[in-house]
Each structure stands twice: as structure tokens, then as C-alpha cells.
Design a protein around this ligand. Structure first.
Ligand code: ADP
Ligand code: MG
Length: 240
């Protein structure tokens, strides 16, 4: 069991230089996330959602302001410490899934075990198969990703992100390619992870059904937090 991660961003900003000038992708973002929270991140295209996830996932250190995960400023970590931290504690489900087409599904799922982490092949395989089962794909281990549907690939990407039992799971549109029933099953899985492992989850989503299951929803507009709403947790009995 891993310790869940807490996040604290203060005055967080990110600019990109482009041939057409500077783009302010994020600005003045203050965001505190407690360990074990499930936070939906919403906003129109270009609002800064992916940029925020990449910063929180320690994939990009070119930020302004402060970004602390478990009390450590990411900017102050060296390259090796940062990648060790990222590989061992953070799971990422990318918008484009990022599966390697030349590897089988099984090899894709256990890939994170090959990056300096103490998890032997047999245990990785056992976990990987159990995870594929859990996302409803018991029979795809030896197949190639390109032979699967978009929804199946998305679930493979989720299984891969969970292999090392990350304390923090960051998902960019994790249900975008899924039908309603499968999306609900993925959300059930996320709820289980929070309960069983105390996983902290941030989900970028356009899906109102997914948002309805997030106890807290942060809305980004033009790179800034436009609203940050918390609802009472528990069964959605009072919801319309
Ligand atoms: N690597 C980059 N170089 C230049 N501009 C970028 C880069 N990444 C993002 N942006 C710009 O930052 C803004 C926010 O992008 P993004 O975070 O991808 O938004 P979202 O995920 O909400 O659609 C957009 O204007 C986008 O064009
Ligand atoms: Mg995006």
C-alpha cells in the first residue's frame, strides 16, 4: 500500500514561447488537494487542463510559483530524484493513451516495471493480468494495441497507469473513448482505489456523468481557476 500524495500549488504559472509570441497556458493557480481526494478538472479546450496535469505529474518543471507534492518543491528535485519520484508514485493516463504499437498489450501494461522500480517480471505479470481483468479486458494480453478499439486501448492505458499502485493518478479524459456503462465501471474502479489505497485522483473530463461523480470540481478558464466547488461526499441520493 502506498501513501497517498497531497498537492499544494501557489501562484502556479506556465508560459510557452512560440514563434507567434508567448502563450500563457496557466497563471496564478492556487490549488490544494488532500491525499485521497477525487478532483474533476474541467474547462474548454485551451483552458490549461493538460498543462496543469503535466506539471502535477512532474513531467514539466518549467513553472512559475510554487508546486509542492508531499511538501517537496518539484523544482528543487534533481533529474534523477524527480524521475524516480514520478515513476514510483505517479500514474498518468494520457489523452492519446500513448501505448507502444510494437509491443503486446501485456508488455505495455508491465512496461512501468522496467524503469528502475523493484517489481520482478512474475509479479508485474500477475498484477498486470489482474488489472486487465479489473478493467474488463481479460483476453487481450497477447494482442497488439492497434487491434483493439479506442475504448479498449483507453482501459489498457488505465491498467498500465495502475501497475505500480501510484499514490497519485492523473487522467486526461480517462473515459472519453468509453461507452456509458464502461465509463461507470472505470469510475467504480477509481472509487475502489481511493478506498483501498487512498489514491489521490485528478481527472480532466468533459463528461457531465463523470463530473457528477467527482466530490470536487475545479474549472479552469484561460489558464486560471474560475471556480473550485466541493460537494458533500457520499451516495448521490439527494441528486436529481
Ligand atoms: N508546448 C506548448 N507550446 C506552446 N503552447 C502550448 C504548449 N502546451 C500548451 N500550449 C498552449 O497553452 C494553452 C493551454 O493548453 P492545454 O493545457 O493543452 O489546454 P487544454 O488541455 O485545456 O485544452 C493553449 O493555448 C495551448 O495552445
Ligand atoms: Mg488537453
Amino acid at each position: 500500500m502506498s501513501d497517498a500524495l497531497a498537492i499544494r500549488a501557489a501562484g502556479l504559472g506556465r508560459r510557452f514561447g512560440t514563434p507567434d509570441g508567448e502563450v500563457v497556458a496557466l497563471t496564478g493557480v492556487d490549488l490544494t488537494v488532500r491525499a485521497g481526494e477525487l478532483v474533476g478538472v474541467v474547462g474548454r479546450s485551451g483552458a490549461g487542463k493538460t498543462t496543469l496535469l503535466q506539471l502535477l505529474g512532474a513531467l514539466d518543471r518549467g513553472y512559475e510559483g510554487s508546486l509542492q507534492i508531499d511538501g517537496r518543491e518539484l523544482r528543487d528535485l534533481g533529474d534523477r530524484a524527480l524521475s524516480r519520484f514520478r515513476n514510483s508514485r505517479i500514474g498518468f493516463v494520457f489523452q492519446a493513451f500513448n501505448l507502444l504499437p510494437d509491443l503486446t498489450v501485456g508488455a505495455n501494461v508491465i512496461l512501468p516495471a522496467h524503469f528502475g522500480v523493484q517489481l520482478d517480471e512474475a509479479e508485474a505479470t500477475r498484477r498486470g493480468k489482474a488489472l486487465l481483468q479489473r478493467v474488463g479486458l481479460p483476453d487481450v494480453w497477447g494482442k497488439r494495441p492497434l487491434t483493439l478499439s479506442g475504448g479498449q486501448r483507453q482501459r489498457v492505458a488505465i491498467a498500465r497507469a495502475l501497475l505500480l499502485r501510484p499514490a497519485l493518478l492523473l487522467c486526461d479524459e480517462p473515459t472519453g473513448a468509453l461507452d456509458a456503462t464502461t465509463a461507470a465501471e472505470v469510475l467504480d474502479l477509481f472509487d475502489e482505489l481511493r478506498r483501498e489505497q487512498g489514491t489521490t485522483l485528478l481527472l480532466v473530463t468533459h463528461d457531465p456523468e463523470v463530473q457528477a461523480r467527482c466530490p470536487r470540481v475545479v474549472t479552469l478558464e484561460a489558464g486560471a481557476v474560475a471556480s473550485d466547488r466541493v460537494r458533500a461526499e457520499g451516495p448521490a441520493a439527494g441528486d436529481p
